[in-house]
Design a protein around this ligand. Structure first.
Ligand SMILES: Cc1cc2nc3c(=O)[nH]c(=O)nc-3n(C[C@H](O)[C@H](O)[C@H](O)COP(=O)(O)OP(=O)(O)OC[C@H]3O[C@@H](n4cnc5c(N)ncnc54)[C@H](O)[C@@H]3O)c2cc1C
Length: 403
């Protein structure tokens, strides 16, 4: 027999930082919330989404300016950030001096860095565990995958598949915070996707000895070197590179906050256009040469020359894009920021891939009635602090609509 449906004012789909903070804010305002999360395979059934596997770096404006239009003004955005930081238990952790900088390094290279808070993995776990306990006390948390949304005028019915049984969650409003792995649930329900953010492709270089990139890392945990469409990504990166599953392959992520590790890595990313088509082509090529890709990703280079791109990389990205990544790396080596004569591996592919986003302009609402999209699913936010702030703002937007 099918269990009785859960009844809620708001059903939150996705228990990453966006869903977590939205739930926290909604229960503070008295809403009856059911949080549905299909935990990521590596997370042992716990809430947190990608936050548990990320660089654990919370970046402040001017990172995440896409949220200004939803907040209404930069002042309001800053006020909400302060509240969210307090909710995360991180007040006082932000660097006190302003280090927002952008300057020209010559030769078309720009250097930028933002204020940020970098947590250790243990600190990140502690934050997520505390918030999960709080939510568990005041909202219903169900573990399972939302598989379908039906609209019965005035109310949504969400089909959820769990290990042992299927069940329904009925709600007046749906908060969709399923992030980058959401696989089309809203599309099936008839939502119109929005353009969202762009797609980046690249490599993650992992040096055996962290001294090889210490001059680059010393620029700051959230520093970026930018040249045209290419940039560095994650400099606070002592740690070991992990791969995680994506479609039919695995891609190179990075656990970057382990200061005790001897290894260190940096990401290099190139912004590409025509993102949907490019992603399809890259995945097709990666599937075809997957064994070679894995073996070249785990081979240590001992060449004294600066970055000879592994042959498989051209098959993935094409020669023009690989040439741009290689030229960029050569230049930051010439600037003395990395020592590429030291042993390193080239992990591939590194993708900040394209996924569907759904929020309308200046709002978290989607084209579907009473369905809001937040965090990575919104198109306004990408990043940890941004996901959390988006969750808070969506809850406030819903409350404002009800008043
Ligand atoms: C390797 C890596 C490193 C990163 N490092 C950083 C960093 O250092 N700093 C930074 O600012 N950002 C970083 N990011 C980006 C950041 O992690 C994300 O932008 C942010 O965590 C998004 O949060 P979210 O809540 O929107 O989505 P997610 O964290 O993706 O959470 C979505 C949740 O919804 C669940 N879900 C999906 N579909 C369904 C469904 N149908 N039913 C139920 N549940 C579902 C998922 O399993 C997941 O638990 C990194 C990302 C990656 C991949």
């Amino acid at each position: 027999m099918r269990p009785e449906p859960y009844e809620a004012n708001v059903a939150v789909i996705g228990g990453g930082l966006a869903g977590i903070i939205a739930t926290v804010r909604l229960i503070q305002t008295g809403a009856r919330v059911v949080l549905i999360d299909n935990p990521l395979p590596e997370s042992a059934g716990r809430l947190g989404g990608f936050a548990r596997f990320s660089g654990a770096k919370f970046s402040f404006p001017p990172a995440g300016m896409g949220l200004v239009s939803v907040a209404g003004s930069i002042d309001r955005l800053n006020q909400v950030i302060e509240k969210v930081i307090c909710e995360l238990g991180l007040t006082g952790r932000q660097h006190s001096e302003s280090i927002d900088q952008s300057h020209d390094l010559g030769g078309g290279f720009t250097f930028r860095r933002y204020q940020s808070i970098v947590l250790s993995l243990q600190e990140m776990e502690a934050v997520l565990n505390r918030l999960s306990t709080e939510i568990g006390r005041r909202a219903v948390v169900v573990k399972g995958k939302a598989t379908r949304l039906d609209y019965i005028p005035g109310r949504w019915s969400i089909h959820v598949r769990a290990d042992s049984h299927d069940f329904l969650v009925n709600a007046d409003t749906v908060f969709y915070a399923a992030g980058r792995l959401s696989e089309g649930l809203l599309l099936q329900a008839g939502a119109l996707p929005t353009e969202g953010k762009g797609m980046d492709i690249g490599v993650r270089l992992e040096f055996d000895n962290k001294a090889s990139i210490e001059r680059l890392a010393a620029l700051g945990p959230d520093a970026k070197i930018i040249h045209g469409r290419v940039r560095t990504f994650c400099l606070n990166s002592p740690g070991i590179v992990h791969r995680y599953p994506f479609k039919n392959i695995t891609i190179a992520g990075g656990i970057v906050a382990d200061a005790s590790s001897e290894r260190a890595n940096i990401g290099l990313l190139l912004r590409v256009s025509n993102k949907e088509q490019r992603l399809k082509e890259i995945l097709k090529a990666a599937e075809k040469c997957y064994p070679q890709l894995l073996s070249e990703s785990s081979r240590t280079s001992r060449e004294s020359d600066v970055f000879t791109p592994p042959s498989v990389l051209e098959r993935l990205y094409g020669s023009d894009d690989v040439a741009q990544l290689a030229a960029f790396l050569k230049e930051i080596s010439n600037l003395g920021l990395i020592d590429s004569s030291q042993p390193y591996r080239v992990h591939m592919p590194l993708l900040d891939w394209h996924w569907h986003t759904f929020s309308l302009s200046g709002s978290h609402k989607t084209s579907l009635p009473s369905v809001y999209a937040l965090g990575d699913s919104s198109g306004h936010a990408r990043g940890l602090l941004q996901a959390a702030v988006s969750g808070w703002l969506a809850a406030e937007e819903l409350n404002a609509n009800h008043c």
